[in-house]
Design a protein around this ligand. Structure first.
Ligand code: FAD
Length: 424
């Protein structure tokens, strides 16, 4: 097992590359974007395609944040079932968000095709797996709500779930044919490369250290340069750093993953033969998927960067053997983690951070489709001056209380669960 939790398997296997130099000197643009993940790169791409001058500033390298570390499940919708989204947002805003995010995977896979992004796209659907009888009851309710909204989802029996997943550990599943898997880092690098080709300036190693509006224009300072911009998008999500006034808040929650070596063909043929990506109904949930080379990538909630992380490693090894007994002796090689920006209601937040300036954050672990859609729509709204084109009504600020304590609560809960559950 590798020990650097900041380096993901995806950095080793991405076939997309974007040459992004640091900002030097001064530039003046229509739109400045802070953050080189899905949200920022989608905003830069769509702004450049619309003919605007745009400059994206990334503190590290493109995909440094959640976009380069995630599971790669390109899902439809949010974590919440539709009724809960409507309960939080009201019918009008809730229905609009549900409809927009229902087509999010289609938008992601269309961009991948149109821009020829080399990111292992497999639009073979996802399986939301019931880890217990109660999990199955939850899935039945979710299935009813999704079907009533016209989503083409299917509730699978335990036998059919076993056939598709290759595991008898589950009680049933929801199959969503709209969704699929991608190589997450390659997707964001491809978006950045396409934005560059459309005319956007994509600048890495350029942390924004100061930000101000002078009444007419935004000024952004990096160590070696300065940007003046009419409009601004802050797309820093859970990796926000270096800017004091965020006007956004979230609970940072860690999620880790390990990958096997490419599996022998005889074993590979029995696991996920249809190519679906999976996650389960566990409170401390587990996800798994295959990559193109035939590695099984399995993950769960937890931080690999502290002394107690041995509990996570031990647990995931046992979990792998429980789900797939044929993999009991497979060593887990690359291990890494990433930070999720969680909000209490699990609904992403659009914040008006100033004149002609928006920030999006809090995708709560589901940002591939939503980040792509929110980035596009924020750029469109700012460039046309039409707030009605936003996916959600923006709020002046978003606050979560006790974020440090709640982060510790999640991590301690995950570590204890992983330590105590010697038998899964
Ligand atoms: C382990 C893990 C698993 C996940 N699994 C899934 C999944 O399977 N499916 C799914 O849909 N979602 C998943 N997610 C969520 C998804 O990855 C995120 O919601 C999404 O990547 C957010 O994209 P973003 O562009 O908003 O932010 P990010 O990708 O985090 O990008 C923000 C960027 O801003 C930069 N930045 C911060 N401060 C500054 C500054 N001052 N100046 C310049 N740049 C700055 C950071 O360096 C970073 O690169 C997962 C997340 C994690 C961590």
């Amino acid at each position: 097992m590798t020990t650097d939790p900041e380096t993901s398997l995806w950095t080793k296997t991405s076939r997309e590359r974007v040459d992004a130099p640091p900002l030097t000197g001064s530039v003046t643009v229509d739109l400045a974007v802070i953050g080189g993940g899905y949200t920022g790169c989608s905003a830069a791409l769509h702004a450049a395609q619309a003919g605007a001058s745009v400059c994206l500033l990334e503190a590290h390298e493109i995909g440094h944040g959640g976009s380069g570390r995630n599971v790669g499940l390109a899902n439809a919708g949010l974590w919440l079932p539709p009724a809960e989204i409507r309960a939080h947002l009201g019918d009008a805003a809730g229905n609009r968000l549900i409809a927009l995010l229902a087509q999010a995977p289609a938008e992601v896979f269309r961009l991948i095709r149109d821009l020829e992004i080399d990111c292992e796209p497999v639009q073979a659907g996802t399986l939301h797996l019931a880890h217990s009888p109660k999990g199955l009851r939850d899935l039945q309710t979710r299935h009813q709500q999704l079907s009533a909204d016209g989503a083409p989802v299917e509730l699978l029996s335990a036998q059919e779930t076993a056939r598709r997943s290759g595991s008898t550990a589950f009680h049933g599943a929801i199959f969503d044919p709209r969704a699929g898997t991608i190589q997450p880092l390659a997707y964001v690098q491809g978006l950045a490369r396409a934005a560059q080709q459309a005319g956007a300036a994509i600048l890495a190693s350029s942390p924004v250290q100061a930000l101000r509006h002078d009444g007419e224009i935004w000024h952004l300072d990096t160590p070696q340069g300065r940007v003046r911009a009419k409009a601004l998008i802050q797309a820093t999500n859970a990796y926000h750093a270096g800017l004091p006034d965020t006007r956004q808040a979230y609970v940072p929650v860690y999620y880790f993953q390990y990958a096997t070596d490419p599996l022998p063909e005889n074993i590979r043929a029995t696991l996920l033969p249809g190519g679906e990506g999976c996650w389960d109904t566990g409170l401390i949930m587990t996800s798994f998927r295959m990559d193109q080379a035939g590695r099984l990538v399995i993950g769960a909630m937890g931080d690999l960067g502290h002394a107690g992380s041995f509990a996570h490693r031990g647990w995931i090894t046992r979990k792998l053997a429980q789900i797939f007994p044929a993999l009991a002796d497979q060593p887990l090689k690359d291990g890494w983690h990433g930070r999720i920006a969680m909000t209490s209601d699990h609904i992403p937040k659009l914040v008006q951070i100033g004149p002609n300036a928006l920030s999006a954050h809090g995708y709560s672990g589901r940002g591939i489709g939503p980040g792509t859609v929110f980035g596009r729509m924020m750029a469109d709204s700012l460039l046309t001056g039409e707030p009605a084109r936003l996916p959600l009504p923006p709020v002046p600020a978003h606050h979560e209380s006790w974020t440090g304590l709640r982060r510790a609560f999640f991590e301690t809960g995950a570590a204890l669960t992983h330590l105590v559950k010697a038998r899964l």
